[in-house]
Design a protein around this ligand. Structure first.
Ligand code: ATP
Length: 235
């Protein structure tokens, strides 16, 4: 029996001014799943996440998340529905310490992780708890960005290229964190160009091209897709 969709997106279109960036995206993320949007630079993956979160307001279609009609939710209330967006640029407070960054976000839902739980999951952040955001490595900043969202009690993590620009050993650490979160039942929608990384954490994939979903497949179907993916992604 398959879990019900936590997030269900139908016919999602989005625009930057007059420029039509998303052309009718359909996707679903079931409770407990990790789903990855794959695709080259500039095909609309980030736009899809930002439209789902509601950061991009010029959009049409339907977005249902955990009983909420997200088209009717103003941006300042979006996080309160339990959607947690971790932007590519991470969005942590550079002048605040790790500890301060972790204590700043509002706890909006039951089940938000305590700082003790956060530091168990991210021991390196614990070591750096009194360091300012600016003093952190790229990997530490990415982990802090994820940790902040976990503090809020988000039920769905929207992660935009969490591995971008990070050394392989750090990419591996982030993969381990995502697998741990998955084991605990977290639901994740991930945007990635790092196909090797994505294939270790994802249950399902959508392939995005020119603002459209052009393919979708399960992790078990990966071997059959390799030549198509090599061609499309240049991996
Ligand atoms: P990347 O990983 O590089 O962000 P992507 O697949 O996430 O790639 P998007 O960033 O969503 O792609 O971009 C999709 C399209 O929208 C591209 O053609 C891009 O140039 C355009 N675009 C993105 N941001 C803006 C913006 N702020 N204003 C106008 N056009 C934009």
């Amino acid at each position: 029996s398959e879990a019900k969709p936590l997030l269900s997106v139908r016919e999602l279109n989005a625009w930057y001014g007059e420029s039509h960036a998303l052309h009718g995206i359909d996707l679903e993320v079931r409770q407990g799943e990790t789903v990855t949007l794959l695709g080259r630079n500039g095909v609309g993956k980030t736009t899809a996440l930002r439209s789902i979160m509601g950061i991009i307001r010029k959009r049409s279609g339907t977005i249902h998340f955990d009983g909420h009609d997200m088209m009717r939710v103003p941006l300042h209330r979006a996080a309160h529905t339990g959607m947690g967006f971790v932007p590519e640029e991470r969005g942590i407070f550079a002048t605040l310490t790790v500890d301060e960054n972790l204590n700043l976000p509002p706890i909006i839902a039951k089940g938000g992780m305590s700082t003790v739980e956060i530091y168990e999951l991210f021991p390196n952040l614990k070591e750096r708890r009194n360091s300012a955001g600016t003093k952190l490595s790229g990997g530490e900043q990415q982990m802090l960005a994820i940790a902040r969202i976990l503090r809020t009690g988000a039920k769905l993590l929207l992660l935009d290229e969490p591995t971008e620009g990070l050394a392989p050993v750090i990419v591996q650490r982030i993969g381990d964190v995502l697998l741990t979160l998955k084991q605990r039942g977290m639901t994740i929608l991930l945007v990635e160009q790092n196909f090797r990384f994505a294939s270790k954490v994802a249950d399902r994939f959508y392939l995005v091209d020119h603002g459209r979903i052009v393919d979708s497949f399960d992790v078990s179907e990966l071997p059959d897709r390799m030549s198509l993916l090599n061609e499309t992604l240049g991996v």
